[in-house]
Structure formats: structure tokens, C-alpha cells
Design a protein around this ligand. Structure first.
Ligand SMILES: Nc1nc2c(ncn2[C@@H]2O[C@H](COP(=O)(O)OP(=O)(O)OP(=O)(O)O)[C@@H](O)[C@H]2O)c(=O)[nH]1
Ligand SMILES: [Mg+2]
Length: 197
């Protein structure tokens, strides 16, 4: 049976990779089989525990995730999920050609997913106007396979950012913290409901 594809997208450093790992853990999976879409690791699958995966895949540096990879989750013999972590998107034309190619992979993968999780950073949006790329991702909501997540609500400055995002995106976003786990159970429930699994 084909796996349902869940794609995580958003600006850089919003917590896409940590959310992918955290959701996997909240789905009861402790060893994460990760398959890369691009070279040098194309089609190779690695198995990491949560701590090692976090060490390798999560980082405060911008554009840490380069290319796409899947976390392959088998909930049962009949229920498979593929969480796809992506290269961040941005309003600007990025000066690095390789990153532009990876961003194109993200955009192409959005066309082909069963659910898009669009992640905002509440801390960042305390001091910055909403980026065009977030407005564009938000408009994809019309396809009905969309979940919006406001991440980093544990941070000191998050409140202002949450309000700013909600005034644009409405109040249907899931307020989450990948650091504390707040909001992740509700997000998991919505995801499984949307995918009908
Ligand atoms: N305080 C706080 N920090 C978080 C949270 N989620 C992620 N972070 C931190 O934010 C930084 C970026 O996290 P990533 O998961 O690598 O973000 P990303 O969106 O995948 O970033 P790129 O791949 O570089 O685009 C890391 O230092 C994480 O530890 C959160 O809920 N709260
Ligand atoms: Mg990442």
C-alpha cells in the first residue's frame, strides 16, 4: 500500500526538521528510517534514534536541511506515512544555485503531497512582517489538505508573533512547541483525521 505523504514546508529555521522528528516520536516511532531524495545519499536509508537524528538534522544555522528526505513510518501493515522534510523557501532569489535547486524540489513536492504542514515561527514574527512565501503557502489552504502550525510558542517573545500570524491566517493554526511538546498531540490528532488513518 502506498504511504500517505505529509510535507513540512516553511521559511528557514522555523523548526520543520524538529517538528518532523517530534511528530514521528509522538506517533510512537523511536527508530527513524530516513531516506534521502538527492545526492550524495540518494535513495539510501539510514536508521537513527531520536537523539542522533536531532543532532544530525536540526540546527540553528539557516538552510541546514539541503534537499529532501522522508521519514518512513509504518503505523500498521496497512497504514504507512511518509513525512517529507524539505529545504526552506524564501521570498528572495537565493544567491546559491544549489539551494535554489533544492527549493525547486520543495515546490515540486508540494504539488504531490497528501497533506501540507505549513510552519510559522512565532518568535521570528514578533519583529518581522509576514513574508510573501508564508502568504503564498497559506493560500494553498483551499486544497483542503493543509494544516498550519505556529511553532516556538515556548519562547519569551512568542505572544506578539502568534497574534500577528493569527491576524493573517485566522485562529485555526495549531500552536506548538517542539521543545516542550505542547500542542503536538492535538496536531497528531488533526493529521490522522485529515488523512483518514
Ligand atoms: N525554543 C524553540 N526552539 C525550537 C523549536 N523548534 C525548533 N527550535 C530550534 O530552532 C532551530 C531550527 O530548527 P530546525 O528544525 O533545524 O529548523 P528548520 O526549519 O528545519 O531549519 P532549516 O532546515 O535550516 O530551514 C533549532 O535550533 C531548533 O532547536 C521550538 O518549538 N522552540
Ligand atoms: Mg531543516
Amino acid at each position: 500500500m502506498t504511504a500517505k505523504k505529509i510535507l513540512l514546508a516553511g521559511r528557514t529555521n522555523v523548526g520543520k526538521s524538529l517538528l518532523a522528528l517530534t511528530l514521528t516520536r509522538f506517533l510512537g516511532i523511536n527508530t527513524l528510517p530516513i531516506t534521502w531524495h538527492n545526492y550524495p545519499n540518494k535513495n539510501q536509508t539510514y536508521r537513527f534514534n531520536f537523539a542522533i537524528a536531532k543532532q544530525k538534522l536540526v540546527n540553528a544555522a539557516e538552510y541546514h536541511t539541503q534537499g529532501l528526505y522522508d521519514i518512513n513510518i509504518e503505523l500498521s501493515k496497512l497504514t504507512k506515512l511518509q513525512l517529507v522534510d524539505t529545504t526552506a523557501l524564501t521570498d528572495e532569489v537565493h544567491p546559491k544555485k544549489q539551494l535554489r535547486q533544492y527549493m525547486a524540489m520543495t515546490i515540486e513536492a508540494i504539488q504531490d503531497c497528501d497533506c501540507l504542514i505549513h510552519i510559522y515561527d512565532a518568535e521570528y514574527y514578533t519583529d518581522h512582517p509576514i513574508a510573501d512565501i508564508d502568504r503564498s503557502l497559506m493560500e494553498l489552504e483551499t486544497k483542503g489538505k493543509y494544516i498550519s502550525v505556529v511553532n516556538k510558542i515556548d519562547t519569551l517573545k512568542a505572544n506578539v508573533g502568534v497574534q500577528r500570524i493569527q491576524s493573517l491566517a485566522g485562529e485555526n493554526s495549531f500552536l506548538c512547541s517542539c521543545t516542550t511538546g505542547q500542542g503536538i498531540v492535538a496536531l497528531r490528532q488533526e493529521l490522522l483525521k485529515l488523512l483518514k488513518v
